[in-house]
Design a protein around this ligand. Structure first.
Ligand SMILES: [Zn+2]
Length: 113
């Protein structure tokens, strides 16, 4: 997988990523991710990414994932609630009590909480 959003795992060329420390005057001691091959073949566009930027990306990505999981949980919760409510109505119509009725009551109370 070459999904390099956030912390990169692999270059497009298939090589793994190594962390290096910049020795340039503009960015002294600043860490970066670099494809090993890219370090030797500078004319080719191998992966390069500053570590601090990658970490910020990663936080952003985790935040987005968390938001979409929260939405999914909310959707599942409301659809479960609807299903149980319908089952409760259906069960009340039948006038039957017993195990199914007890389970539905527990589910209903749990969802309401
Ligand atoms: Zn590469």
């Amino acid at each position: 997988m070459t999904d390099n959003v956030g912390i990169p795992s692999r270059c497009w060329c298939g090589k793994g990523i190594v962390t290096y420390v910049s020795k340039t005057e503009e960015n002294p001691y600043k860490k970066f991710f670099r494809c090993e091959i890219g370090l030797k073949r500078k004319k080719e566009q191998h992966l390069f990414k500053w570590v601090d930027e990658a970490l910020l990306d990663e936080i952003q990505r985790m935040h987005e994932q968390q938001s979409s999981m929260a939405e999914e949980i909310e959707y599942l919760r409301s659809s479960l609630k609807k299903t149980v409510e319908e089952a409760v109505i259906e069960h009340k119509k039948s006038g039957d009590v017993g195990l199914i009725g007890s389970i539905l009551t527990i589910l209903y109370l749990w969802i309401k909480s």
